[in-house]
Structure formats: C-alpha cells, structure tokens
Design a protein around this ligand. Structure first.
Ligand SMILES: [Zn+2]
Length: 604
C-alpha cells in the first residue's frame, strides 16, 4: 500500500517540475475521420508509458498533456481555468496513517500498549477519534433478522468498545446468505447502531487471510462514523484470558451452534486513538471550443465528450483485482472515446464552413472514480448550461462487432429518433437504441441538468476492466465508421434552426443485484459529506414520490443513522417491499423528514 500511495498522488507535487519529454504528436494525421488516426491516438493513450491513466497519477497527466497539445494544434479555444484548456478539480485519492495512532489495553492488573502494523491497524474508513471503554465481545457483529441471527441479542455495548470476529459463521461458503453481512463497513454500521464507541475486528484463527489487512482506501470519502481497527488473534486472546476464553474457542462455539455468544469481557479496557489522513489528488478535465459560424447561434453549443482516465495499476474497481500492480491500459475504456473526441475536433476544426453553433470538446477525468470530472464540470460550467443544447458522450466505442452499435439517450429529446433515422443508412450499423438518459458514464451528469444526451457504446466484452483491454484489440476501422456517423449527427444538431427539446427518460428501474427493495436514489459519489448525498431521483420512483430531491443528504433511513453510502446500502438490505420508511434528509440549512414507500426490486 505504501508503494501504491507513493505513485498515486505524485503527479500533483512533482509533475510540474519534471522535464517533459516531447509528446508523440502524429504530424501525418489528417482531418478526415480515419482508422489510422484512431489507432495512433489509442496506441499512445493505452501505452504502458501512461500507466493506465488513473486520475491523480503521472500517467493521467501525460494523457492530459497529449490531449491539450492536440487541442492547441487543432486551434481549439481554451475553455478551462484561467484561459487554459485545463479545468482542475481535486478529490480524495487515498488514505494514510497519521503518526498518532495508538491502542492500549488493560486487563486485570496489567496494561499493554500495542505496536501499530504488528498488533493492530486502523481500517482505512475508520473515523479519526480518541475513545476508551470496556470491551464487549459481540460474536461476528451481525444483526440479521432475515437469518434469525443476532450477535447483539443480550449484549450491552452502549458506550463500550465492541470486539467482533471478521467474516461470518458461514464464512467457508461464499454463497451463503451470510455473505452480505461480512463486510467490516456493515459491522461498523451495526456497532454504531447499537451505541458502541468503537469497533475492533479480529480475524478468526482458522483464516488464511492476514490478520492485519493493509490500510486500504475503499473510494468512499465518508468514514464509518466510529473508530475501527483490526487486532491480531494474539491481542484478542490477551484480552480474553481473564474470562478463560480464546478466539478459537469462541469461534468454534458460534459456528457449531450458529448462535451468538456475546458477553462483556471481564475487567477489560481499551483506549484507542485513530488518525486517518485523507490525501487529496488533483486531476483535470480538458476543454476546448470551436466557435460557431453563425452570429445568431454561436452562443449556443453542442458538447462532444469522453473520459480519458482509467484504472491504472489499481486493484479497485476492476474485474481482475488479483492483477493489482499491473497496468490496466484501458484501450477501449476509454482511449477509444478519447481518440473519438480528438478525431472529431480535428475534423470540425479543419472545415472551411463550421457548424452554426459552437462545438465544445471535452475529455473528462475521474470518470472511473464516480463521474468526478463531469460532475465537477456541470457544477462549474465554463459555458452556460442553459445554452448547451446537447451532449454527445463516447465511452468504449473501439470494439465494433457485427456492426452492433448501442446508443443510449434517445428518450432525452423527442427529436433524437428522427435525427438518428434520417442519418443512419442501413445496413451501416445494427443499431440498438435505448431511451434512458442516466447511465454509467459522463452523459449522466449532463442529463441531470436537463440537457439532451446521446451515449455511444460498442457493448461489453470479456476484457472490460481487465489488464487485457489493449490497443491491439481495437477495431479502428469500425470506430472510424462510428465517428463518421457521429459527425453527421453533430452537424445536424449544431446547424438546425430549432434547439432540441429535453425530456426525462429513464428505464423503469436499474438492475441492482442483491436488493429486494427499490428506492430510486442516485448517489453523488463526488460528495464529501456526512450522510449520503444524492444527485437526483429516478423518474416515478419511490424516492421521487416521497419528495426526495437532487442535492438532499440522507442522514437517517428508518432507524439507521446514515454516515456514508455504505451505511445506506446496508440499511436498505434490512427492509422489505411495501414498507413505509421515514427518511431524514438535510436540504440546505433545513432538516426534512419524508416517507418513502419501498417497492420491489424488479430483477435480482
Ligand atoms: Zn470503465
């Protein structure tokens, strides 16, 4: 982890001072939309020297520098900060331990102070706080009414420190119904919910996992709301000795009986101090404009965008976490879309007669971490959103197979269908047109601001979010065909006399695996607040019917205090369809209580 941290935020501090090597600009590229230009861009952006372009890293900055150089070469006007092409934003990129982490134990007449990373380690999502209290063993720390299993039954942990086993009584079977109660974030919610001041986690004696996991940032800025630390089995046994117990015995007993065995540990006390530093990283959206040719229309614009970041060497967010440390080049996701932005920029910049409306080309960063860049842009637009007539997003357009092209967002304007039908010449593509406007990429940020969107995508494949998503697998010819199609659409909407109208268009329900209930809240992953901030609600969803609004921060859901997005997810698991649940939200300076009537999740 330390190694990872070192390379992670390096970019902010050192990149500016580093001597930049010349960028591999392709001087022979043409203003036509060609396969060779597409392949050239993808080859560079998805090369190992860019290290997978994770936001906040040097590789990501190298990608940004390349895009800026190309935008300048094409003559795009700067539309970023301070007359530059860059719009910077910062975010929490990692966590680190401060020097002040302490854990001291007391048992009977003896005291001991533990050594960090040998005897204990805080969890990366722990709250930073100092607490002390008696210790109560709470089994696995699970309270699951559905399973008729409650480790907290008969245990009094109010104002005390809870000590729980990692995993569950069914941990040998990963598909067991206990699986969803195993995450330590879940156990932290339960401990807090039962009034504990802190939570200690001990790895069961028979586990092959390291008893002290490395400090790890789970990509949520919201902390657990109480201090959480892992201790070794030896430390737990030291505490338990006066009670004549051991972790191994307790675990065997619980697993055998499938029943909790919670008790206050005789004459025990813990004093702990956890200090977690959140490390901030900086990344940038790259933005350039081509002014429209018609004085009456040039104050309106069409945005053409794609994200340029990917997962770098991360083991987080990818489908192959076992390859942590290896470069995820992200050729299709999304060097392909970035190449599309560059090609279209060059194509339109070279036209003698430009479209009537202005065109804004945008390469977003932070998409993989939760649409951070596009969310930042729509909150800090550098061109008025009210004058932004459409947004075209390209994310994974490099794997055209059997001419199958998926286009989302058709329902976000009543005019889209006709535009597409007029410009598509069968059998050019096998089009799959989808109505919905929200979705798993940056167009969702613009849709939330009532801007008609289209999202182009050549569908999922087995290399998605894996180290095998490489440049040699790109169908550059297919992508050039898609870009010619998109260029026609852009021309049409930038030239038309009337603007596109916006309509809300959402699928009935998103597929959320493992949930029995549907609420329809859209989390704002970029928010750094206590609670769960939502960026919007789905159309006709229970959340919309209850009166929840974008910008609301959910702080209580039923009896559960919500400190972060994880708490919310786990709280949902405790309810059934049809239940009426009081939800407390912070809305500006007010606190509002609403009632949500939960619906059944359609597919599981
Ligand atoms: Zn992705």
């Amino acid at each position: 982890m330390l190694k990872r941290m070192l390379f992670f935020c390096l970019g902010i501090f050192f990149f500016a001072c580093e001597k930049q090597s010349p960028l591999p600009i392709n001087r022979t590229s043409t203003s036509e939309l060609t396969a060779s230009d597409v392949q050239y861009h993808v080859n560079y952006l998805a090369s190992d020297s860019l290290e997978g372009r994770l936001s906040g890293t040097r590789g990501n900055e190298k990608a940004a520098a390349y895009i800026i150089a190309e935008f300048k070469r094409f003559g795009l006007l700067p539309l970023g900060d301070h007359d530059s092409h860059e719009q910077k934003f910062d975010f929490v990129g990692d966590v680190a331990l401060d020097a002040n982490n302490r854990l001291a134990l007391h048992r009977g007449g003896s005291d001991t102070t533990l050594t960090i990373e040998t005897d204990f380690i805080p969890a990366g999502f722990s709250a930073s706080d100092s607490v002390s209290g008696e210790v109560v063993f709470v089994g696995y720390g699970i309270s699951a009414a559905q399973l008729n299993y409650d480790d907290y039954a008969g245990a009094e942990v109010k104002e005390k420190v809870a000590l729980a086993l990692r995993y569950s009584p069914a941990s040998n079977n990963p598909h067991a119904s206990f699986a969803k109660f195993e995450p330590v974030r879940y156990k932290a919610l339960q401990a807090r919910q039962h009034g504990a001041k802190a939570l200690l986690i001990v790895t069961p004696a028979d586990s092959t996992a390291e008893s002290l996991p490395k400090l790890h940032f789970d990509r949520s800025a919201g902390d657990a709301g109480l201090p959480v630390a892992y201790i070794t089995p030896a430390v737990a046994d030291w505490l338990l000795a006066a009670s004549g117990q051991s972790i191994k015995n307790l675990q065997t007993q619980i697993n055998k009986n499938q029943k909790a065995a919670s008790f206050a540990i005789f004459d025990s006390r813990v004093a702990m101090r956890v200090e977690i530093k959140q490390e901030r990283c900086v990344s940038a959206n790259i933005i350039g404009k081509l002014a429209g040719s018609d004085p009456r229309f040039k104050e309106q614009a069409v945005i053409i965008g794609a994200h340029y970041d990917h997962w770098g060497r991360s083991g987080e967010g990818v489908m192959d976490p076992e390859n942590e440390g290896q470069i995820h080049n992200g050729a299709d996701d999304n060097a392909s879309g970035t190449a599309g932005v560059l090609e279209l920029a060059q194509y339109f910049a070279a036209q003698e007669e430009r479209p009537r409306r202005s065109l804004i080309f945008m390469a977003f960063s932070g998409e993989e971490l939760g649409l951070l860049g596009s969310a930042h842009y729509v909150e800090h637009p550098t061109f008025p959103l009210a004058q932004t007539t459409a947004m075209i997003n390209m994310d994974m357009i490099g794997r055209l197979r059997d001419s199958l092209l998926v286009v989302h967002g058709i329902g976000t304007s009543p005019q889209w269908q006709a535009v597409i039908e007029r410009l598509h010449q069968p059998p050019q593509f096998q089009l799959t047109l989808k109505k919905e406007g929200p979705g798993p990429s940056d167009h969702a940020s613009f849709y939330r601001k009532n801007i008609p969107v289209l999202f182009f995508f050549t569908n999922h494949h087995e290399d998605y979010h894996r180290v095998t998503d490489d440049a040699d697998k790109i169908n550059a010819d297919g992508e050039a065909r898609i870009l010619r199609f998109i260029a026609g659409i852009v021309t049409e909407i930038a030239d038309r006399d009337s603007v596109l109208h916006f309509t809300k268009a959402e699928s009935e329900q998103p597929v959320v695996r493992g949930f029995r209930v549907f609420v329809g809240t859209v989390p704002d992953y970029a928010a750094e607040v206590e609670g769960m901030k939502i960026s919007g609600v789905r159309k006709s969803s229970p959340a919309e019917k209850a009166g929840l609004q974008g910008g609301d921060i959910i702080i209580k859901f039923g009896k559960f205090d919500i400190k972060n997005v994880y708490d919310y997810t786990y709280a949902l698991g405790e309810f059934s369809p049809g239940q009426k649940v009081p939800v407390v939200v912070k809305r500006g300076s007010q606190t509002v209580t609403l009632t949500v009537i939960l619906e059944r999740s359609q597919r599981q």
